[in-house]
Design a protein around this ligand. Structure first.
Ligand SMILES: Cc1cc2nc3c(=O)[nH]c(=O)nc-3n(C[C@H](O)[C@H](O)[C@H](O)COP(=O)(O)O)c2cc1C
Length: 365
């Protein structure tokens, strides 16, 4: 019988197991220019026994940046920095995709003073606080709605970022369509009140995501492209009036485009980046949506060893992505396989800082 620890064939890539490292923003690209460096390469290299590493979200443009010290994929220096990372992972036999990110309204103008206000489908200020370029907590600004004439440039930024990911030596890319960032803001009607061809009906709200996917799959074969989605997610002030209909449609369309995998977050861990609350009575998105997507189905969000094995045995998932457990356990697949004790993660070192809480979690051997 196949287990979580057996290999998976994703197109022409052989994943050594189905324990996936979820994308994890760590805000450790502090030097000017948001450039990955040797420390980041060490961190990812330590985690190369994952079946697939999905990198922390990486902004496709200055306007796409939402927090200080997150790495970009729009400049030549950033490409060179990321190359250190991909080489470290490949040297140890691992595989790594880059997560392509535009944060939309989850930003602050101080992060991109030349571009001005954050952009979004609609001028709706998200509730809550955000960080300025110098790490001060302030309320979100009210974003500027993207004009129709700006969409082509936005898609060109995604295409260019996908090309840069190739130059940097990644094995593929994941389009970040989850967690209340720009593409999710377009998808969900709590954030999208547009009255043009990008708002209103489900088809219209999904248009931007598909245009991005179509641009990216001109650079990478569809099998090398994944898409991350978070149905029922409330993180970053998100909501939708009919998530089942919306995400079934989106997943079916992604399937017909031959996208390699769908990476779907369970809403029980919707706020994982900011807190440890788990909503056990939340709907199971792998059960609700697995049938809608014919390709590889990765499920993430609040998994333990037991619940991951159970989800796999239920047949609803092909692979399970782990976030916080991978932060604290560089050799997570081995530990899960032999049921070894797990290191505990330290939330206070998740975001920002140096090697402490980053590259100093011990491996078993
Ligand atoms: C520190 C931290 C950073 C995160 N950064 C990202 C990110 O860059 N992109 C993304 O799609 N999700 C991000 N997430 C969400 C995780 O990928 C994952 O979905 C979430 O942590 C739930 O999984 P877990 O319970 O295994 O941690 C982040 C979560 C945490 C805790």
């Amino acid at each position: 019988m196949t287990t979580l620890f057996d290999s998976f064939q994703l197109g022409d890539l052989t994943l050594q197991n189905r324990v996936i490292m979820a994308p994890l923003t760590r805000m450790r690209s502090r030097q000017p220019g948001n450039i990955p460096q040797a420390l980041n390469a060490l961190y990812y290299g330590q985690r190369s026994s994952a079946g697939l590493i999905i990198s922390e979200a990486s902004q496709i443009s200055p306007q796409g940046q939402g927090y200080p010290a997150t790495p970009g994929i729009h400049s030549a220096d950033q490409v060179d920095g990321w190359r250190l990372v991909t080489e470290a992972v490949h040297a140890k036999g691992g595989l790594i995709f880059l997560q392509l990110w535009h944060v939309g309204r989850i930003s602050h103008s101080s992060l991109h003073p030349e571009e001005g206000l954050p952009v979004a489908p609609s001028a709706i200020q998200p509730s809550g606080m955000t960080l300025t370029a110098d790490w001060q907590q302030v309320p979100f600004e009210t974003p500027r709605p993207l004009e129709l004439g700006e969409i082509a440039g936005l898609i060109a930024d995604y295409r260019k970022a996908a090309e840069n990911a190739k130059l940097a030596g990644f094995d593929g890319v994941e389009v970040h369509g989850a967690n209340g960032y720009l593409l999710d803001q377009f998808l969900q009607d709590g954030a999208n009140k547009r009255q043009d061809s990008y708002g209103g009906s489900i088809e219209n709200r999904a248009r931007l995501l598909f245009e991005v996917v179509d641009a990216v799959t001109q650079v990478w074969s569809p099998q090398r492209v994944g898409v991350r989605l978070s149905p029922y997610g409330t993180f970053n002030d998100m909501s939708d009036s009919n998530p089942v209909e919306l995400f079934r449609y989106v997943l079916a369309q992604l399937g017909s485009r031959g996208v390699g995998y769908a990476h779907v977050i369970e809403p029980r861990a919707t706020g994982a980046g900011g807190g440890d609350v788990v909503y056990e009575d939340a709907p199971s998105t792998s059960q609700l949506f697995r049938q809608s997507f014919p390709g590889m189905f990765i499920s993430a969000g609040g998994y333990t060893r037991d619940s991951a094995l159970q989800a796999f045995d239920s047949g609803h998932v092909d692979a399970v992505a782990f976030g916080r457990l991978f932060i604290a356990n560089p050799d997570l697949p081995e530990r899960l396989k032999v049921d070894a004790p797990l290191n505990r993660y330290h939330r206070e070192t998740f975001y920002g800082g140096d090697e402490t809480g980053y590259t100093d979690y011990p491996a078993l051997k």
